[in-house]
Unconditional design. Structure first.
Length: 339
């Protein structure tokens, strides 16, 4: 499939912490990002969620089959490959990929239920799920450890698969439900824990110990989305809105017990962080309140608007790899690259 590449010169949005740095260099120029349309599997929509350092990208795409069928895909060097679904039919979506090209996600077989899968060497297999339970996978690290969630006997808990042996990560004290969202190379896991919807608390699980990440001042709930090798965590916090009002989200960076607001500017009222790489660059989105979000990158205190495809109004950035390649989507899966 031939790639469509567009050049976009973003607006550089400054936080207070970055003003002094950039004022000292009056000749500073906003970096230029190219946008690559990764295409689809024959349907009208696709989204990319993660990329490894080899530039392999995973996500989901609608296929040409009737009935809005969507399948997990692996995109590499301009070619999008359909990873299929468990049982040979149904639906699937990929959420993570490691350096070895192992892909994880969730599949919904025709027979019913949903199950976490591992795809490698052309074969999709179900990760250990007890009979009668359902599962989903959210991420995989370089060691092949997979984070996700298991629903069983009416309860959902975050879980870790290691060599296909599943470990229940439990919940924060007093909570009943948890979900695993991200994992780093050390096996540290982030996710949410709660007793009642929507009172989410973000956690980090490390070697058997689950820690509450807290919230930003003025916020009620925390939703972590990613963690890098240094243990830096990103995600969103928010407060329950007044009746009839929209929820306002704040992107955060958590490091060594301190949670920092990544900020909104340039007309945005909400922001969300989705991924973080080893350099501490953060991918996410920003919304002015119009409902048209823009993919953004936080880099050294600055928020950069990454743009979207010509003729479209919204875009979201989800994953970022250690080569600073950013993936997400508008109507199609996209990759943003500097230069």
């Amino acid at each position: 499939m031939k790639r469509a590449i567009y050049a976009f010169v973003p607006v550089l949005v400054l936080t207070a912490a970055s003003v002094a740095l950039l004022t000292a260099s009056a000749s500073a120029v906003s970096p230029t990002y190219s946008i690559t349309d990764l295409g689809t599997l024959g349907g009208s929509l696709s989204t990319a969620y993660a990329a490894n350092a080899r530039g392999q990208v995973v996500g989901y795409s609608y296929t040409a089959s009737p009935g809005f069928v969507h399948h997990a895909f692996l995109w590499e060097q301009g070619v999008m490959t359909d990873l299929g679904a468990l049982g040979g039919g149904g639906y699937s979506s990929a959420r993570g990929i490691n350096a070895a090209g192992q892909v994880v996600g969730t599949s919904w077989p025709v027979a019913g239920g949903n199950y976490a899968f591992l795809w490698q060497n052309g074969v999709m297999t179900t990760l250990d799920t007890p009979a009668g339970g359902t599962s989903e996978a959210a991420g995989i690290n370089a060691r092949g450890q997979v984070v996700g969630s298991l629903w069983n006997a009416g309860i959902t808990h975050a879980v870790l698969w290691d060599d296909d042996v599943m470990t229940d990560l439990g919940t924060l004290p007093g909570d009943l439900i948890s979900y695993g969202h991200g994992i780093n190379s050390q096996g540290q896991v982030v996710g949410i824990s709660y007793a009642d919807f929507p009172e989410y608390h973000g956690f980090m699980w490390d070697n058997g110990v689950m820690t509450d990440l807290g919230t930003l001042s003025g916020s009620d709930y925390t939703w972590p989305t990613g963690i890098n090798a240094q243990g830096q965590v990103v995600g969103n916090t928010y407060t329950s809105p007044s009746p009839g009002a929209a929820t306002v989200y704040q992107a955060f960076l958590w490091e060594r017990g301190v949670m920092t607001d990544l900020g909104t500017a340039h007309g945005c009222v909400s922001s969300g962080a989705s991924g973080i790489n080893a350099r501490g660059q953060v991918s996410g989105w920003c919304d002015s309140g119009s409902g048209n979000a823009r993919a953004v990158l936080w880099d050294v205190g600055a928020m950069i608007d990454l743009g979207t495809l010509p003729g479209e109004y919204s875009s979201y950035a989800y994953g970022i790899n250690d080569r600073s390649q950013i993936v997400g989507g508008s109507s199609h899966a996209l990759m943003w690259e500097r230069g």
